[in-house]
Design a protein around this ligand. Structure first.
Ligand code: CO
Length: 499
């Protein structure tokens, strides 16, 4: 099947060049602060609030290249929309590692994804001191702006200035170095809390068996529930989904061989190997475990590797989970350069729906979208609920693996698709759906995304009408510079501008 796909795509004209794509993986060393004045179209007056984005800002330290973008120092970009104007600011998160390396002018830490200190294995042997890079997500909760990285505690920033305030322990709930995941889900209406929204997150403590801790926080940022569960085996879990009653995590079939990491030859991420003949375990944890209730249910399926889920919802004993699956995980090899990736040789992420039957433990799966896609977003009020529309970063071409250049809207009820593509020179980041204030329809709102434009080596903030993304951008805000390809972000209706 994969060979067929490769043959098909090789005969087609590519929608991009690798050189164009590589431009988005240059470091941004400068920190900016300005009103955006180069705008095509018009920013909707009703779009009031702040888009925060996180991602690796540095792909090298003073010219020494890092091995994988996941190892890059976290940088927050903030775009504030106020009365049809927009303000931009970016700041690096002043983690201990960032400050130390900037002062030294060289790489001092090993990265999870293979960045090594110079000097070969001898300089890296038995060095388990990983750098906290705070680069994966950013959320605003209870007057706190938090930069999230799944292997440790969040960093807190001032939302007005983006100044780093230090590590955040959630009023003493987290201990020093305790993990707090990078993919929280906001339950729009938690029955347990009288219908108030609550933020649900998880953390993973890996080992021969794995401890999964569930956190639930109220809108003031206070942890109201925390419970831990042990599951067998080594887990690599980046994301999860919730329903009103359950947390659902997919334990990818991977094995971890720590020997070459310990010996300094590979990063920890390079020691993870996909086990294609083993099943994926689906871990279902009740959000409100009752005394005496058997806590964790584990179901099995034959899916591939999953980084991200779209959403989940329950109907009786059946739970539906929509996720982006890869047939295999590209292995990060020592000495390889991620900028030279051969997209066509990799398998695309594709959208699948899983049907979990909690009664009989069976799982069925169905392909929803075969186009290469990643970074989904939905209406925030539909998290954990049945929903109709999803929006996702997608490849320009219908088949094969390629960089994300487009946004695909899928109507799960009618099957209708709409695509807006920034090809050939534009490269798409994670879209965020923002509902229009007072809107009643699920797709009445905007899609906000950062698009790297290789023609000018700069990034645009693109605003699309979520009802009709294929009509093209309502507004394209040209930044004065590029922003390296980022990971995740969020939108708040609060307007944060410089003091
Ligand atoms: Co993610």
């Amino acid at each position: 099947m994969q060979n067929l796909t490769n043959q098909q795509t090789s005969t087609l004209e590519k929608s991009y060049t690798r050189e164009d794509w590589q431009g988005g993986y240059q470091s941004l060393t400068q920190e900016f602060d300005y009103w955006i004045d180069d705008i095509e179209g018009q920013i909707p007056l009703e779009l009031q609030g702040t888009l925060f984005r996180n991602g690796p800002g540095l792909l090298d330290v003073n010219g020494q290249r890092i091995h994988h973008p996941f190892d890059g120092d976290g940088m927050i970009s903030r775009i504030t929309f106020n009365h049809s104007r927009a303000h931009f600011r970016n700041r690096f998160i002043r983690t201990e590692g960032y400050l130390a390396e900037q002062k030294a002018g060289k790489i001092l830490y090993r990265g999870v994804f293979g960045t090594q200190k110079p000097g070969g294995w001898l300089a890296n042997i038995f060095d388990f001191k990983l750098k906290h890079i705070a680069n994966t997500n950013v959320i605003y909760l209870g007057d706190k702006l938090l930069a999230l990285w799944e292997a440790a505690e969040p960093y807190r920033l001032n939302p007005y200035t983006l100044e780093t305030l230090g590590k955040e322990y959630l009023n003493g709930t987290l201990s020093e170095g305790e993990a707090f995941g990078a993919h929280p889900r906001l339950d729009p209406s938690c029955e347990q809390d009288g219908g108030q929204p609550c933020l649900v997150n998880f953390s993973i403590k890996p080992g021969l068996s794995t401890t999964i801790t569930i956190f639930e926080l109220n809108l003031a940022g206070k942890v109201v529930r925390k419970h831990a569960h042990s599951v067998p085996g080594f887990c690599f879990i980046h994301d999860f989904v919730i329903t009103p009653n359950y947390c659902i995590l997919f334990q990818n079939p991977v094995a971890f061989n720590p020997i070459s990491f310990a010996l300094g030859m590979r990063g920890a991420g390079e020691c993870i190997k996909v086990q294609p003949n083993q099943p994926t375990q689906i871990i279902v944890i009740p959000r409100f475990p009752q005394p005496g209730q058997k806590e964790v249910k584990i179901l099995e399926t034959t899916s591939g590797f999953i980084f991200h889920h779209v959403n989940a919802f329950g109907m009786g004993d059946e739970i539906f989970v929509d996720s982006i699956c890869y047939n295999s995980l590209p292995e990060v090899e020592p000495g390889s350069d991620f900028r030279q990736v051969n997209f066509e040789a990799l398998t695309p992420g594709q959208l699948w729906r899983f049907y979990l039957n909690l009664n009989d433990g069976t799982v069925q799966q169905k392909l929803i979208e075969k186009r290469c896609c990643e970074f989904p977003t939905i209406h925030p009020a539909k998290v954990g609920r049945s929903y109709r529309y999803l929006y996702i970063g997608a490849a320009h071409a219908q088949i094969g693996n390629a960089p994300l250049q487009a946004i695909l809207k899928i109507d799960l009820e009618t099957g209708e698709r709409q695509l807006w593509s920034a090809a050939p020179h534009g490269f798409m980041g994670e879209p965020i759906f923002v509902p229009r204030p007072g809107a009643e329809q699920e797709d009445d709102g905007w899609l906000l995304a950062l698009v790297y434009d290789a023609t000018y080596h700069r990034t645009d903030v693109v605003i699309l009408d979520a009802k009709n993304p294929e009509k093209g951008a309502i507004a394209r805000l040209h930044l004065k510079h590029h922003i390296p390809y980022g990971l995740h972000g969020s939108f708040t209706s609060q307007v944060f501008l410089p003091n």
